[in-house]
Write a protein that binds this ligand. Structure first.
Ligand SMILES: NC(=O)c1ccc[n+]([C@@H]2O[C@H](COP(=O)([O-])OP(=O)(O)OC[C@H]3O[C@@H](n4cnc5c(N)ncnc54)[C@H](OP(=O)(O)O)[C@@H]3O)[C@@H](O)[C@H]2O)c1
Length: 461
């Protein structure tokens, strides 16, 4: 699985491991190796754009099935006007990456390749609102969509025409749910919460959605069944932007989205956004249901959106919480197959004389990082001590592969409550205002002389 650490990859590998598959999952990042291991995956550090490295990794893994889930779309939502630039790396992963995997599959004797594509805006914006896999793709996309669509066409054609492989192309609808841009803390979710995602009038572009867990169950079915061809992996309820965007805002307790005319939408959000909001087409899942025997457990985004807040209580990047679906046998996010506890990694263990405790600097359990209580050097006032602690926390979080934007909880101990205000000023300078943790603060006797503050945090990875 190339892209095992991504929005769909993480949920999919867990599902596959539970179903008894041996999964080799790739990441480019050494920090995510342990995370993959904790999910029961054999990690491989690979950049798909390096053809030699990709071939070597596939040779080593000798897979029956290769799954291509590598994309680089997360910058898209925050820079919609620069759609073509934001897509550049994804285009390369779809063109060069797919070619590398097909070549590697041949060398290693793999028999099946399952690759990610997209259902929605790529379909031609003519006639009916709902498209099947046989309907044509847009023959004349606007400039910003030209290269992305060419890359999608390349991926689909390359996979479909690799005769010696069973090529399966999954055209996913827009993802939502934990870990996606439409999960709690995700970029689109936050834009909607802050009324920054506008409806470009008349908002008649039709979108098909798929909950990320349903995308995972469909992909597992395709991996196991391998019926060659293209499948739309979407829910049963394609809907225009003017309907789903206000419903999503209401579901997450946000004010209704603002509406702007087309010309203003083009100016603010760019031509691709205009197409997506006014012309895009939705997709039918009839073929995936018929051939793959797949049923989305969230038949409509209307239900799925309402679950967003509860389903993501544990944060956008924590381990997947899978719902039971038609092709999902059983699942528990904190247990590996066989019921053994998920791996715990400990960093910076300090062995000290008996008057001081033996502790870990950080403990990582699944997707959650727990840091020790962090103290400053015991001189300076509360402002400088707080800043020093927060800098140390930044360093420890970075070493554990996360950052302050993913904090979950913070416990603060002050030696004197009169320091509360000055401490908070330093805290507020530092904390990610959009993503602050839950926090408690109490007065306590701190362990060393001169210490004014100690802070202990947990964070998602
Ligand atoms: N599907 C869509 O069309 C679409 C459209 C708009 C927004 N979104 C949103 O965008 C988000 C997805 O963001 P994303 O595309 O950045 O995906 P992602 O879910 O963050 O995962 C990307 C995956 O691709 C891997 N990858 C990237 N470059 C690679 C390379 N050169 N070689 C090997 N592997 C590579 C990454 O691995 P490592 O980083 O670990 O190496 C990671 O596992 C989701 O939240 C989704 O909701 C999706």
């Amino acid at each position: 699985m190339v892209g095992a650490t991504g929005a769909i990859g993480r949920r999919l590998v867990q599902l596959l491991v539970e179903r008894g598959h041996h999964v080799v999952g790739t990441t480019r990042s050494p920090q995510k190796i342990e995370e993959l291991r904790a999910l029961g995956v054999e990690p491989a550090q690979v950049d798909l754009l390096d053809s030699g490295a990709a071939t070597a990794a596939v040779r080593r893994a000798r897979p029956e099935v290769i799954v291509h889930q590598a994309t680089a779309l997360s910058g898209l939502a925050s820079r919609p006007r620069f759609w073509d630039q934001s897509f550049a790396l994804t285009n390369r992963l779809r063109v060069e990456g797919t070619d590398h995997l097909i070549a590697a599959a041949r060398v290693a004797g793999a028999r099946r390749l399952v690759a990610q594509s997209f259902a929605g805006w790529p379909y031609a914006h003519v006639s009916g609102p709902i498209k099947s896999e046989e309907d044509p793709l847009d023959p004349d996309p606007v400039h910003a969509l030209r290269a992305p669509l060419a890359a999608i066409r390349h991926l689909e054609a390359a996979v479909a025409t690799a005769d010696d492989l069973e090529g399966v192309i999954l055209r996913y609808g827009a993802f939502y749910g934990p870990g996606t841009s439409l999960g709690v803390g995700g970029v689109h979710f936050e834009q909607i919460r802050r009324r920054r995602l506008l409806i470009i009038e008349p908002g008649m572009g039709v979108w098909s959605f798929v909950h990320i867990d349903d995308a995972a169950t469909a992909t597992a079915a395709a991996i196991e069944l391998g019926a060659r061809g293209i499948y739309n992996i979407v829910d049963d309820d394609p809907a225009p932007v003017s309907e789903w965007l206000p419903a999503l805002a209401a579901a997450i307790g946000a004010k209704p989205p603002l509406r702007v005319p087309r010309w203003l939408g083009r100016l603010v959000a760019g031509e691709a956004a205009v197409v997506l909001m006014t012309e895009a087409r939705g997709a039918s899942n009839a073929k995936a249901k018929r051939v793959l025997g797949w049923q989305p457990s969230y038949a409509s985004w209307r239900n799925g959106f309402r679950q967003l807040l509860t389903a993501s209580e544990s944060g956008p990047d924590t381990l997947p919480r899978m719902r039971r679906g038609a092709t999902l046998r059983s699942s528990h996010p904190h247990l590996k197959r066989g019921g053994t506890p998920m791996e715990i990694s400990r960093y910076g263990i300090v062995q000290r004389p008996n008057s001081l405790p033996h502790i870990s600097g950080a403990v990582v359990h699944g997707g959650t990082v727990y840091l020790r209580g962090v103290t400053p050097d015991p001189d300076g006032d509360i402002t400088s001590q707080t800043r020093q602690v927060l800098e140390r926390i930044d360093t420890l979080l970075a070493q554990a592969g996360t950052s302050k934007s993913k904090l979950l909880t913070a416990q603060v101990w002050l030696s004197d409550m009169r320091l509360f205000e000055a401490h908070n000023a330093a805290w507020n300078e530092w904390v990610d205002r959009e993503n602050p943790p839950v926090r408690a603060c109490v007065r306590a006797d701190l362990v060393g002389p001169g210490l004014l503050v100690e802070i202990m945090v947990t964070a998602a990875r």
